[in-house]
Write a protein that binds this ligand. Structure first.
Ligand code: HEC
Length: 235
């Protein structure tokens, strides 16, 4: 029967087509996933960088940063706290006068959460370091606190705010600057600050000498000497 034979061959060809089509789809799916995976890794690298920067957000050397902090800017940041806190009485949050140096969860007349009371049991004082970390993300730092505030992401906002609160009945002394700790706490900022400071000092020392020599000497000659002198001094 030639018809049956034809049908067998036709059926075999058709089946083969289905198998090939199926393989193409399967392999397409495999390759498709690989293409998606590559951009995914690129995103991870960006997130890692952000994570590293966030991990570096540790308390600064207070003796150093509080000297240059801006309490007036800190007072402006404090506006974010004033929906719940005042400096005269308890409200939604406890009175914050004298909070620097206070034992956590001990302002009279305020009903603290169990989470804040537990924090007060292991941490005897609101010092600069603990305020800095608490204000970054209150609920992440003090488990179970009822301070529903998202936190201050910018380190300088927290430093300025802590400088402002220091003017509001703080009992904490400002420690002496510790340059080594300052350099360790702000590794990326330290070389920039040191690099900015040295040339300025060298330049101000060299400028009067070069300026004195400039008018007396030949005009074109003086500018050529200035860069050479300035370049030699820092080394
Ligand atoms: C949405 C309201 C709210 C905002 C906004 C808020 N807080 Fe609070 N804060 C609270 C409450 C409520 C508590 C008590 C927390 C507890 O008992 O768990 C508290 C507790 C505190 C404490 C602990 C005080 C103590 O006596 O132990 C500090 C310090 C503090 N807040 C600082 C701030 C600062 C600074 C800001 C602004 C950057 C701020 N809070 C913004 C509601 C708020």
């Amino acid at each position: 029967m030639s018809d049956l034979t034809f049908n067998k061959y036709a059926g075999a060809v058709l089946a083969t087509c289905f198998v090939i089509a199926g393989l193409v789809q399967l392999s397409g799916g495999v390759f498709g996933e690989e293409k998606v995976a590559k951009p995914g890794f690129k995103v991870d690298v960006v997130e890692d960088t952000g994570g590293a920067a966030a991990a570096a957000d540790t308390p600064p050397d207070w003796g150093t940063v509080l000297k240059t902090a801006d309490p007036v800017a800190g007072q402006a940041v404090f506006a974010k706290c004033q929906s719940c806190h005042s400096l005269t009485a308890n409200g939604t949050g406890p009175n914050l006068t004298g909070v620097e140096g206070r034992h956590p969860a001990t302002e009279p007349g305020f009903a603290y959460s169990d989470g804040m009371k537990a924090f007060g049991e292991k941490q005897p004082v609101w010092d600069f370091d603990h305020l800095y970390m608490f204000l970054k993300g209150p609920q992440a730092y003090v488990n179970g606190t009822k301070m529903t505030f998202v936190g201050l992401k910018q380190p300088q906002d927290r430093i300025n705010l802590i400088a402002y609160l220091h003017t509001q009945g703080s009992t904490l002394p400002i420690p002496a600057p510790n340059p080594a700790a300052a350099a360790a706490a702000a590794t990326p900022a330290a070389p920039a600050a040191a690099g900015a400071g040295k040339p300025v000092a060298t330049g101000s020392t060299a400028a009067p000498a070069a300026g004195a020599g400039g008018p007396a000497g030949a005009g074109p000659g003086a500018p050529a000497q200035q860069p050479a002198t300035a370049g030699a001094n820092p080394k």
